[in-house]
Design a protein around this ligand. Structure first.
Ligand code: UDX
Length: 749
């Protein structure tokens, strides 16, 4: 691959996080390596030409479906024949190249009362994920009866879509797009979805809007609706699009606009080079904008070569919405309406946000802004240009910053309002289908519930009415946060009273326990603040996205160390499995200002279930130790584990987790003799049915506290209270996220 992207790729290996010194085997999966040519080529597509380009061949090797390979082959051949991309395009901007048509905007006049004929805004919300409660807060904050809300939900986000449809039923000026696309990160589909939304909005004759503003579910307003309307009403002919502010040639290179991309199989494939059409100036920057109806009409309805040529050009572009509208506007007869301000504040922190985290989705190194934390909010005030929205916010990462903005805009909720600091996010619900759950998740959730029910019987010593059995799979699972700290899983499950046959639904709370031990008197290792093992590490937010840390034999866990500033040092990290097999050992060098070090040893799977230990060593002396559970599975392909599945619990072949054995380290690590641990592990690997469940339950019992239960209706067991009155329950009131009736001032917040 090209120099610029390879430089980015290599940056992702260490960054500021302190480079890990790795065993040779670890170098294999070079981040961003897109050659993949060691696989046999798939020749099930019919190329209409001789495909020679390196990128195109690589894409053909890697693409998963025949359909996608055929599309790639067709596109490359068309491109090689010079028939795909426009060679030259007109430009209609009289000022282009003469002076910069960018306009400054004066002081804000915030008061709506001075405004005649206030503008009406069509907000297009492009959303994905599961954070419905945050989306509701956003809608609550931007809602006004005079504006319009058109919501596209990524086709893969079924839960969010079902919830959005419920909202749309409540308010005439909120609608969901009747079509849905798989809008992958950076994909050509995002522009397609915007264009289609614009077309829909123009054809809705009952929605009389003047401005088009796009938002995502991770945006939040920084000024009130009235302020926005007052501002736009004074600028009603302006289009607000922010530019990168660098040299155009650099932007084009960095953005990959001189490369041909094609989206299929939910991936943006890089297929080779292309030239920028002659005759116009390509520009771009942010894909968050505010556009006039007049410009939207031009983009949608114009048949001129500028618009149709650029639509073609950007159908094969990475991050197309970051440049399409800029380029159309900048070269159109409307170019003088451009204001170089997208009215947003984006919380960029390139050091964290540019780690090639999307390389499995796009053949490029893209960047993402960071989530706002309270200390970042100052950035909103520091800007001199007018801004009305900020991004990004994620309540699972930090809800306090949303609270601060929300309060600043619309005042505090009444004293005594419940659940202000609580946050719930759905992880699973029955309508997703049990196929959406992994075997390890299903194992964990069902075990939590068994344990919860067992506790209930113990506590209620002889109450027959409190003996329940679970019926079927879990109904729903939520992540529960309080005061921006993860509090555990909430699992809803239908149960049946053992004596009678009556059924009821209970919700149960499972709280994870940490197990870190730090030695004292560590000298330079006083810097070590935390050691954690988990999966789905997010290098941008520096958290495990697998919040509960449920890990199974087929997971790929990663160890993270957190450091304060301090002297350079080298630490050794060792992983020990439940049968006392030394699975991995590696050194990490920690620079003065390293804050986090992390490494995922490429362990051979299945990992042996049971309690694992990770140690941080200073010259082979232990300075810290954390334990984590590799959960034995009670399900394989959502069916109870059978005898023939026992390989899943047997550890890797020959007890070898990496190419090299580290067993000779067991004496320096002062591990007890391995014999009995190994025997016990081999015995456990054979378990199925109730003994297997008992093993799972006792393992979970040491890493989780499964306690509280509540009932969705009145329970036959008097000790189980109603969920609606149980503050941790996902069914208890959450006023900040509830969308009520429209008030007399037109708002719902
Ligand atoms: C950054 C930039 O801020 C943004 O302008 C650019 O489009 C992508 O990179 P980032 O936070 O990385 O943003 O992207 P994100 O907000 O996650 O996604 C951009 C849009 O695509 C959102 O509207 C999002 O909802 C949508 N999207 C993203 C999906 O619909 N599905 C996905 O799987 C990913």
């Amino acid at each position: 691959h090209d120099l610029s992207s390879s430089r980015n790729f290599s940056e992702s290996r260490g960054g500021n996080d302190g480079a890990a010194k790795l065993p040779a085997a670890a170098i294999l999966g070079e981040p961003g390596s897109v050659d993949g040519a060691h696989q046999a080529p798939n020749n099930d597509f019919v190329p209409k030409c001789d495909i020679i380009g390196k990128d195109a061949l690589s894409a053909l090797h890697r693409a998963g479906s025949q359909q996608c390979r055929q599309e790639i082959a067709n596109i490359v051949c068309q491109h090689q024949a010079g028939q795909l991309m426009p060679h030259a395009l007109p430009q209609f901007c009289p000022q282009l190249g003469v002076s910069n048509p960018v306009q400054a905007v004066g002081e804000l006049d915030n008061s709506l009362s001075n405004v005649e004929n206030p503008v009406r805004v069509a907000f297009v919300l492009m959303v994905h994920g599961r954070a419905i409660r945050q989306l509701k807060r956003l809608i609550k904050a931007i809602y006004h009866r005079d504006h319009y809300y058109y919501i596209h939900v990524d086709k893969r986000s079924g839960y969010l879509h079902r919830e959005v449809l419920k909202i749309a039923q409540q308010y005439p000026n909120i609608r969901a797009t009747p079509w849905r696309m798989v809008t992958i990160w950076g994909g050509a589909s995002l522009l397609k979805a915007y264009l289609r939304s614009m077309q829909d909005l123009l054809s809705m004759l009952d929605w009389k809007w003047d401005f088009f503003i796009n938002l995502s579910a991770t945006d939040f307003p920084t000024r009130t609706n009235d302020e926005l309307v007052a501002f736009l009403s004074q600028q009603r002919d302006k289009n607000f699009l922010k530019s990168h502010g660098r040299e155009n040639a650099r932007f084009i290179k960095k953005q990959g606009l001189d490369r041909l991309f094609h989206e299929c199989d939910n991936h943006m494939w890089r297929l080779g080079e292309r030239s920028i059409p002659e005759g116009l100036e390509v520009s771009g920057g942010s894909d968050w904008f505010a556009l006039t109806r007049r410009f939207v009409e031009y983009v949608i309805n114009s048949q001129d070569d500028l618009v149709s040529g650029l639509k073609q050009f950007y159908s094969y572009a990475l991050l197309p919405a970051e440049s399409f509208f800029h380029t159309v506007l900048g070269n159109s007869h409307m170019c003088d309406s451009l204001v170089d301000n997208n009215l947003r504040v984006t919380n960029w922190n390139r050091k964290l946000g540019c780690k090639c985290q999307y390389k499995h989705i796009v053949d490029w190194c893209g960047c993402s802004p960071n989530d706002f934390k309270p200390q970042d909010l100052i950035r909103i005030q520091q800007l001199t240009r007018p801004t009305f929205f900020a991004r990004k916010f994620e309540s699972t990462v930090n809800q306090e910053s949303i609270d601060i903005l929300d309060t600043h805009l619309y005042g505090q909720y009444a004293p005594g309002t419940v659940a202000i600091k609580a946050y719930w996010e759905s992880l699973f619900e029955q309508l997703d289908g049990v196929g959406a759950l992994s075997d390890v998740a299903l194992t964990a959730y069902t075990a939590f519930f068994r344990l919860g029910l067992k506790n209930l019987v113990t506590v209620q010593s002889n109450a027959e009415a409190c003996k329940f059995e679970p019926v079927g799979y879990p109904l729903s699972v939520h992540l529960y946060f309080y005061d921006d700290r993860f509090q555990g899983y909430l699992v809803q499950q239908e149960v049946q009273a053992v004596g009678s046959k009556t059924r009821e639904t209970l919700e149960m709370w499972a709280v994870p326990q940490t197990s870190l031990v730090l030695e004292t008197n560590l000298k330079e290792f006083e810097r070590l603040k935390n050691l954690e093992i988990g999966t789905e590490w997010d290098p941008k937010e520096r958290i495990f996205r697998n919040f509960g840390g449920v890990i199974g034999p087929l997971s790929e866990p990663l160890a993270v160390q957190k450091w304060a500033r301090g002297p350079n040092l080298t630490a050794t990290i060792v992983w020990i499995d439940p049968a006392l097999v030394v699975a991995a050992s590696y050194d990490i060098t920690v620079d003065v200002d390293a804050e986090y070090t992390q490494y995922k040893p490429p362990l051979q799977r299945p990992l042996r279930p049971g309690t694992w230990t990770v140690r941080v060593l200073k010259q082979w002396e232990r300075v810290a130790e954390a334990r984590f559970l590799v959960m034995p599975l009670t399900f394989k392909d959502k069916e109870p584990i059978r005898k023939e599945d026992s390989w899943l619990h047997a550890g890797p072949p020959s007890n070898l987790y990496l190419e090299q054995s580290f067993q000779q380290l067991s004496s320096v690590l002062k591990l007890p003799p391995q014999e009995s641990a190994l025997q016990e592990a081999q015995h456990k690997a054979q378990l199925v049915g109730p003994p297997l469940e008992a093993w799972v339950d006792s393992s979970i019992g040491t890493f989780w506290v499964t306690g509280d239960l509540c009932a969705t209706e009145t329970s036959s067991c008097a000790a189980v209270g109603p969920c609606s009155k149980t503050s941790w329950s996902s069914l208890s009131p959450d006023p900040k996220s509830e969308l009520g009736p429209v008030k007399s001032d037109g708002r719902i917040r």
